[in-house]
Design a protein around this ligand. Structure first.
Ligand code: IVH
Length: 669
């Protein structure tokens, strides 16, 4: 503990934590390790517990969410939160521009173009430079007071760094695609309903009565208006965005000033093409006349400003007919109903299948074969059936089979679970999926062991579990259909190379229920070896991060089975890696850096390069921005390389990546 008076120490800790939160959540440029951050947070929490009089509403400890409430208060907005007029194509955009030009009587003007994030808008008031109140848009005149929930959004500053002290910020609350997919996986694992898209899950997460739920949901807030006394605070919109960023708000870096409608249209097209690569969903572009005096002259209609327009991209939805429902058996035996659809294009991608998840989902949708359904691609690559548009005539109701469609074994749906499972662990469908998963790129990465080969190996009885893979011989492989000596040798080399994969991958490959990539990594770090993990009881297992009773009992059950023990021994004999060194976080070579990988590297796959970056303490980023520390470019590097060069971000190759991952970045000029 420190000798400082508690009040000073608390103030110091709060300031430090605010700074680190800004670096991490707003700028995506962390300066300290998670462990050090947690240490400071714990010190502040303890200090506040010992001296409750020191707790302030802007303390970062308050981000965890207070007590649940009965309902939300209604709050009137300072000025109405109106919406925007839409332009659905180039002609409508030009028409908007012509109206602006006419009303401004030939004066020059320019637009500020921003992405139209697909979330929900929120107004946040600050008093005395401190976060004071957050209100949803509601009907535009009045919204709901979601202050306690919004306080948990880490990218929303609780204290302002510089600038005005009493003001209002408006912006969009969004959930990233990654957070959305994680949330849905978690909902599914808990047997709860999945969210249809990131917007619904952002709205559902912000408008819950229990703020601790919001706190767990990883929401983000992007600011796009700064108002003082209900009025824009600067002369130009662009300048006010810059000011918001300087105040500590997250402002989307993807924005542009456009001097003509042509430039504006080109910008909308550019981002339409990149829609699938952004980390969040957008449904269009918002263009605002940049000059505030000009905005004032253009004024408002009763519904929307005349100085702004939303250029909308086509909805990623389409209608089609559900022709059949097929039931697939996954590697954990879960039976998944898959929709076979009349092929249809959804924003450029032809879709003929969609997962229906489980029996309850089909019931909830009141879905039957023959119905016309609405599909949506949103936040996820896999399309979803969102609703029945028209009932089919005739229509055939669906029932989950009582026996496994592959092996004819018993199907069981456990009490309180949504999933039905084939419980025969020798079911060929389960076995094939297990082997495919084991050999896949992110797991043991066995070069050449694709889906058709796995089918043959299982159908011919050559492989009955993952250990059998290591007993395969060249002659056996060469004798398979469409396989020559050369390919057989290549596969064997692939199998050989996979023996060196690190323990987290081996653990993931074993197919323990609920143990995927992340849990495998955490378990390997916690226990350091497979033997220590196998020896751990449930209490010990639950000491590992993110491991609860469900996961710990699945791990125990797996290792208690004699066949698993035999499997482990055979894998040990095959020379697989069974130990794991704890990663050094502090003082790691790439601490605090964000590195983006693009193009094809000579030897490392994308996943391996990213794993290398992370194991050296760095962060693997998806897109290039000013915050990127390095771009690792391989062959056929495209727009990311252009962007890095434009922004002056150092570009390195695989060899240099390997070097900085061990020796640190000082070695790159
Ligand atoms: S400006 C009066 N800028 O789109 C102007 N809106 O149809 C109001 N949105 O309700 C909005 N990104 O929820 C603006 N960069 C952006 C936006 C944005 C998303 C949403 C917002 C608004 C709706 C307008």
């Amino acid at each position: 503990m420190s000798a400082e008076p508690p009040a000073d120490r608390a103030a110091h800790l709060r300031a430090e934590l605010h700074r680190y939160e800004h670096l991490y959540y707003v700028l995506d440029r962390p300066e300290i390790s998670d462990a050090d951050y947690d240490k400071l947070m714990r010190e502040l929490t303890e200090l506040e517990r010992a001296h409750p009089e020191l707790v302030t509403p802007d303390s970062p400890t308050r981000r965890v969410g207070g007590a649940p409430r009965e309902g939300f208060m209604q709050v009137r907005h300072s000025t109405a939160m109106l919406s925007l007029d839409n332009a659905l194509d180039e002609a409508e955009l030009r028409e908007f521009d012509r109206r602006v030009a006419d009303l401004l009587k030939g004066e020059p003007y320019q637009y500020c173009a921003e992405l139209k994030l697909d979330g929900l808008s929120m107004s946040v008031r600050y008093r005395d430079s401190r976060f004071a109140q957050a209100v949803t848009r509601g009907d535009g005149e009045t919204g709901e007071d979601v202050t306690e929930n919004a306080r948990t959004i880490r990218s929303l500053p609780l204290v302002i760094r510089e600038g005005s002290s009493d003001f209002e910020v408006r912006g969009e609350v969004v959930m990233s695609n990654k957070a959305f997919q994680e949330l849905n996986a978690d909902q599914e694992a808990k047997g709860l309903q999945r969210y249809a898209n990131p917007r619904n899950s952002a709205a559902g997460s912000l408008r819950v009565l229990d703020p601790s739920i919001t706190a767990a949901r990883k929401l983000d807030f992007y600011a796009y208006f700064l108002l003082v006394d209900g009025q824009p605070a600067r002369d130009g919109h662009w300048d006010s965005l810059e000011e918001l960023a300087a105040m500590g708000f997250k402002v989307n870096p993807e924005r542009a000033r456009c001097a003509s409608v042509e430039e504006l249209f080109a910008w909308t097209k550019k981002y339409e093409g990149q829609r699938d690569t952004l980390p969040y969903e957008i449904d269009g572009v918002v263009a605002k006349v940049d000059s505030i005096p000009q905005q004032k002259r253009l004024g408002w209609t009763s519904k929307a400003p005349r100085w702004a327009i939303a250029f909308k991209y086509p909805a990623r939805q389409a209608e089609t007919v559900l022709e059949n429902i097929e039931v697939q058996v996954g590697r954990t035996g879960v039976l998944t109903p898959v929709a076979h659809l009349r092929p249809v294009t959804v924003s450029g991608v032809t879709v003929s299948r969609a997962t229906l998840h489980n029996e309850d989902e089909i019931e909830r949708l009141e879905l039957a074969i023959g119905d016309t359904v609405v599909l949506e691609r949103s936040g996820d690559v896999i399309p979803k059936v969102v609703r029945v548009e028209r009932r089919g005539d005739p229509r055939t109701p669906f029932h989950m089979p009582k026996v496994c469609p592959v092996c004819g074994g018993a199907v069981v749906r456990a009490e309180g679970e949504v999933a039905s499972r084939c419980i025969d662990s020798d079911c060929p469908a389960r076995l094939k999926e297990t082997i495919r998963h084991f050999a896949s790129r992110g797991v043991m990465d066995i070069d050449g062991m694709g889906s058709t080969l796995v089918d043959q190996l299982v159908d011919k009885g050559m492989v009955k579990n993952v250990a059998d893979v290591y007993a395969l011989k060249v002659e056996e492989l060469a004798a398979l259909d469409r396989m020559g000596q050369k390919s057989a040798e290549r596969i064997l080399r692939g199998i050989e190379a996979s023996r060196a994969r690190p323990l987290p991958r081996v653990l993931n490959g074993l197919g323990i229920p609920f143990v995927g990539e992340r849990t495998a990594q955490l378990l390997a770090e916690e226990f350091g070896s497979l033997d220590a993990l196998m020896a751990a009881d449930e209490d010990k297992l639950q000491k590992a991060q993110e491991v609860g009773p469900r996961v710990s009992s699945a791990i125990r059950a797996f290792f208690a089975a004699p066949r698993s023990q035999e499997l482990v021994e055979r894998l040990r004999a095959a020379g697989l890696v069974f130990t794991h060194d704890k990663p050094k976080r502090e003082g790691s070579p790439l601490q605090g850096m964000t590195i983006v990988v693009t193009g094809t590297l000579p030897t490392l796959s994308r996943e391996e390069a990213e794993a290398l970056i992370e194991s050296a303490g760095g962060k693997a980023g998806d897109s290039v921005s000013r915050k990127t520390s390095f771009l690792v470019a391989g062959e056929k590097a495209g727009s990311k390389l252009d962007k890095a060069q434009k922004l002056g971000i150092p570009v390195i190759d695989e060899t240099e990546l390997r070097r900085i991952a061990t020796e640190g970045p000082a070695h790159v000029a």
